[in-house]
Design a protein around this ligand. Structure first.
Ligand code: AMP
Length: 180
């Protein structure tokens, strides 16, 4: 896709994504992607755009981060002919897991993935809706690294550039469509 086309897609998506002030707490402007998911043409275009961007990267697994990452990762995986890996909050996955803790504003949280989700050398695309401080995506990269997988890309629908999350993903191929 040309630069001009991706800019057109990004500005169209910006008009559809809804800002919800003070959710989940005061001072946060929540980027609500549900209107985009509910728009069949815009959603399909978005999925195709991300799949095209990573089409020739040899990706065999697409990893979605709980919960909104699942909604984007699943159709991208199908479009790429790849498998899907869910990364979930602690205690949700049924089989043996590997885990990574990451810092929140106050305290820490833990993400988990099944220990057999990624084979050594396998190329993995990590997908989520929003890149904010980058702590979540960096923790997920470390899970993939830990199993011997290769992070072939980190794909975010939205990047909040002022939070500098990209700095935590130095050396990773990070792609976001919409920037604020
Ligand atoms: P971070 O670890 O700070 O990059 O936060 C990323 C995670 O928090 C992602 O899973 C996002 O879904 C969520 N998130 C952070 N900030 C926002 C926001 N302003 N709107 C929607 N989701 C957000």
């Amino acid at each position: 896709m040309t630069q001009a086309t991706s800019e057109a897609l990004a500005s169209k998506a910006k008009t559809i994504i809804r800002d919800v002030p003070d959710f989940p707490k005061k001072g946060i402007i929540f980027k609500d992607i549900t209107p985009l998911l509910a728009d069949p043409a815009a959603f399909a275009e978005m999925v195709k755009h991300f799949a095209e961007h990573f089409r020739n990267a040899g990706i065999t697994k697409v990893l979605g981060i709980e919960a909104r990452g699942f909604l984007l990762a699943a159709p991208i995986a199908v479009e790429l002919g790849a498998g899907l890996i869910p990364v979930r909050k602690k205690g949700k996955l049924p089989y043996k897991t590997v885990s990574a803790a990451y810092a929140l504003e106050y305290g820490t949280d833990t993400l988990e993935m099944h220990e057999d989700a990624v084979m050594p050398g396998e190329k993995v695309l990590i997908v989520d809706d929003v890149l904010a401080t980058g702590g979540t995506a960096a923790a997920v990269c470390s899970l993939v690294d830990g199993l011997g997988g290769k992070v072939a890309g980190v794909a975010m629908l939205i990047e909040l550039e002022f939070l500098k999350g990209r700095e935590k993903l130095a050396g990773r191929s990070t792609y976001s469509l919409i920037k604020y």
